[in-house]
Write a protein that binds this ligand. Structure first.
Ligand code: PEP
Length: 247
């Protein structure tokens, strides 16, 4: 089963989010057999979680790794407990705008797993790094640093999202062949870090300008097990088209 995840970022008022969610929730009978996940803002997450949603899972876009304390503006996993199953970690916008380094991403991954959330660990190279042929080196470093101390048993609850930074929100998606090549490499690194059996079981999502018209080609690749979608997840119609393209 593929995982089709929506990252709404800082979009949609609570009212708009509820309308979208109710619309989507009324269409779940039309969904192809995929796991569907929505990551709204915290406020919308709180409201949406009150709606009965058997076929749609919920996730948070961010959190802090400490349970409580003097961390003005932050939200902990203890606060999020009961509202969602998944949490995004290491999104490139958190890395570039909010300066989150791999060490912090690692603390967040460990905290999420210890609190029994499913982290979606985002990794990806910049355009400059790709041009300099550093893609594999960067991804391997990110995986090793962000997964430090994560056991083979714990990693089974984690999802990796490959999101080339140059493809996020730019309309320039990686071709399906490029994405497959990188996903295969990621699985090799995970095989070295854990085992082949475990690496094969892990879900690897692609993210970066996924649209209804490129979803079919991308999902046909052997090592692509779903998507993390920004822009195209903001409209019910395009999101449902992607869910159904990813059969
Ligand atoms: C994202 O932010 O995770 C993303 C992939 O965005 P977009 O689909 O808009 O490129």
């Amino acid at each position: 089963m593929n995982l089709i995840a929506a990252n709404w970022k800082m979009n949609k008022t609570v009212k708009e989010a509820l309308k979208f969610f109710n619309d989507l929730n009324s269409k779940t009978d039309e969904f192809a057999d995929n796991e569907v996940l929505i990551c709204p803002s915290f406020l919308a997450l709180s409201e949406i979680s009150k709606i009965k949603h058997e076929k749609i899972k919920l996730g948070a876009q961010n959190f802090y790794f400490e349970d409580s304390g003097a961390y003005t503006g932050e939200t902990s996993l203890l606060i999020l407990k009961g509202f969602c199953e998944y949490v995004l970690v290491g999104h490139s916008e958190r890395r570039s705008i909010f300066k989150e380094p791999n060490q912090l991403v690692n603390k967040k991954v460990l905290a999420a797993l210890n609190h029994h959330f499913k982290p979606i660990l985002c990794i990806g190279e910049t355009g400059d790094e790709r041009q300099k042929n550093k893609t594999n080196e960067v991804l391997s470093q990110q995986l090793k640093a962000c997964l430090k101390g994560v056991s083979e048993n714990q990693i089974k609850n984690l999802v990796v999202a490959y999101e080339p930074v140059w493809a996020i929100g730019t309309g320039k998606n990686a071709t399906s062949a490029m994405a497959q090549e990188v996903h295969e490499f990621i699985r090799e690194v995970l095989t070295d870090m854990y085992s082949q059996t475990t690496a094969r079981q892990l879900k690897l999502l692609y993210g970066g300008s996924v649209k209804p018209d490129n979803a079919k080609d991308l999902i046909a690749q052997e090592d692509i097990n779903g998507f993390l979608i920004g822009g195209a997840s903001l409209e019910v119609e395009s999101f449902v088209e992607i869910i159904n393209a990813a059969k």
